[in-house]
Design a protein around this ligand. Structure first.
Ligand code: SAM
Length: 122
């Protein structure tokens, strides 16, 4: 199986100008934990998780651009799922944005998606 077979679409993405409060609501309302941050051309520029929001509270940070991770680990639709699983485990992350060749976000794949897949095989 490839990432393209299990990708969660459509992507829920936001601009870095939204507030941390707004980002928190988007995570909760959509029951997600990985929020890709895009620029005005829909290009991926960062990722925000609930962990980053916890850090913002702990360190009294006020803006998304201060707390998002800019060094993004991403995937592509043609990547085998065992490769993306290894990426997540090696980097201690539980989700990756899936991008096209121009860096635009197509969706997200999470460790939850991978564990569901393994669960279905049993
Ligand atoms: N293991 C937990 C998890 O997977 O959410 C928490 C630790 S993880 C190191 C938390 C950090 O990873 C956050 O700062 C978050 O922005 C970052 N992160 C999550 N997914 C990422 C990804 N695909 N690429 C780069 N950083 C990512």
């Amino acid at each position: 199986k490839l990432v393209g077979d299990i990708i969660r679409k459509p992507p829920i993405v936001v601009n870095c100008n939204i507030t941390i409060d707004e980002a928190s609501k988007i995570l909760i309302e959509n029951n997600i934990n990985h929020l890709p941050i895009v620029d005005e051309n829909n290009m991926l520029i960062g990722i925000l998780t609930s962990w980053d929001i916890a850090r913002a509270v702990a360190q009294n940070k006020k803006s998304i651009s201060e707390i998002m991770t800019r060094n993004i680990i991403s995937s592509t639709v043609d990547e085998p799922i065992d490769v993306v699983a290894r990426k997540m485990s090696r980097n201690n992350i539980s989700g990756v944005p899936v991008v096209d060749k121009n860096g635009r976000v197509l969706g997200v794949v999470t460790a939850e998606d991978l564990s569901k897949l393994i669960g279905m095989r049993m």
